[in-house]
Design a protein around this ligand. Structure first.
Ligand SMILES: *Cc1c(COP(=O)(O)O)cnc(C)c1O
Length: 399
């Protein structure tokens, strides 16, 4: 047993982990990630109700999009009902059509793969790297060199006969992927990069915000993300034409007119309601504070776990500034039963820890999807544990 082997001389690892978690976050129960509404949320939502502007038009939607472009540096932001809808629309706008393959990391939340399926495509799962927990650019290059062939101005998977149309990277737990190297691989194969930045609002590669490197980027404002609109998302892009298409496609493809209802393609009712945008404006006002506190919490975890054998904390990648959306521990031992013993000990102590996702290629609907060797993804999924990461947990820490 891994437990006995690692810790026959001392305290079992699960108990040691719980003890260190208590030292950082105190003894009260702590959820994985809780929203915090300490700003203008009530006032802005009340304004929507008082004025009757609750649906997909209204000044808070525009203001929210303006705050997003200001914060991220993207030229355009189009607010949507959720992050999955934003990804679905972004894939269609990038040219993904039925029967296409899209390269996607196997270590991600299911929405990344589902959005490809919603667009009629097939996710093709690629391997991640240890340093970023995001797509491994060198492995992606080798995979494409092995299976792809240039045909009719695009590339085709010779094993399946399907065109490969795009690459989606995902900034896991808020840690930026290796964007420069991924962009180079994409350029060499003529593929657009779409960034699933759902977890990385407030994370930077160098000086630049994640979600602004690819042709399109996508954010999420679900209840467990760094800022929330209840449910919500956004598409980011610097391209004026793509932004226009994004707005059109997510607004039922309605042609602008004072009274006529004319639509020029099958569109989607994907725009964010004003009442949700009101919440979002109030939340974005607090974002810098949320991130400061989340980064302080990450530092405290780092110190608390330094020197504990058998486990390490996940750090921000070199040259990056992470929002530490979810802090994470990585167990040395590749043994799911040890991970589950840690999770059980945390649960018994009221600590909302959880494992990483089941890797995409292990889910029933994606079991037969094309994929690279995914040994590292599988090992990481057996060893990763996410830790409570709400900003408020930093409040008891020494400054
Ligand atoms: C949260 C999330 C999304 C989008 O989720 P929604 O709930 O639809 O807003 C997409 N991808 C990843 C990796 C996520 O974590």
């Amino acid at each position: 047993m891994a437990l006995a082997r690692l810790h026959d001389l001392g305290e079992p690892l699960p108990a040691a982990i719980v003890e260190r978690l208590h030292a950082v976050i105190g003894n009260k129960p702590a959820a994985l990630h809780e929203p915090e509404f300490a700003g203008n949320e009530w006032a802005y939502v009340k304004e929507c109700l008082d004025t009757g502007w609750v649906s997909t038009a209204g000044r808070f939607v525009e203001r929210f999009e303006g705050m997003l472009t200001e914060f991220t540096g993207a030229r355009h932001a189009i607010a949507t009902v959720n992050g999955t809808a934003a990804l679905h629309a972004a894939l269609m706008i990038a040219g993904v059509v039925a029967g296409d393959e899209v390269m996607v990391p196997a270590l991600t939340f299911v929405a990344t793969a589902n959005a490809v399926a919603h667009a009629g495509g097939v996710p093709h799962f690629a391997e991640v790297e240890r340093a970023t927990l995001g797509l491994d650019a060198q492995r992606l290059r080798r995979r494409l060199e092995r299976v792809a062939e240039r045909r009719d101005g695009g590339i085709v998977n010779t094993e399946t006969g399907r065109p490969i149309r795009a690459v989606v990277c995902m900034h896991t737990f808020g840690h930026p992927s290796d964007l420069p190297d991924l962009l180079e691989v994409c350029a060499d194969f003529g593929l657009p990069l779409i960034e699933d930045a759902a977890e990385s609002l407030g994370s930077y590669y160098g000086e630049r915000h994640t979600g602004t490197f690819g042709r399109l980027g996508v954010l999420s404002f679900n209840g467990n993300k760094t800022v929330t609109t209840g449910g919500g998302g956004a598409i980011l892009t610097d391209d004026d034409d793509l932004a226009r298409t994004a707005r059109h496609l997510t607004t039922t493809a309605k042609l602008p007119h004072a009274w006529a209802f004319d639509h020029d393609r099958v569109g989607y009712n994907y725009r964010l309601p004003n009442i949700n945008a009101a919440l979002g404006c109030a939340q974005l006002e607090q974002l810098p504070g949320f991130i400061d506190r989340k980064r302080r919490l990450a530092q405290a975890y780092d110190q608390a776990f330094a020197g504990l054998e058998g486990v390490c904390v996940i750090h921000e990648p070199a040259g990056c500034r992470s929002n530490f959306w979810l802090n994470a521990l990585l167990l040395d031992d590749d043994d799911e039963s040890l991970r589950d013993a840690v999770l059980a000990a945390c649960q018994a102590a009221g600590i909302g820890a959880r494992p990483a996702w089941t890797p995409m290629h292990r889910l029933p609907m994606y079991r037969s999807a094309p994929r690279d060797d995914l040994s590292l993804t599988e090992s990481l999924c057996r060893r990763l544990i996410n830790l409570p990461s709400s900003p408020r947990l930093a409040d008891g820490l020494d400054a």
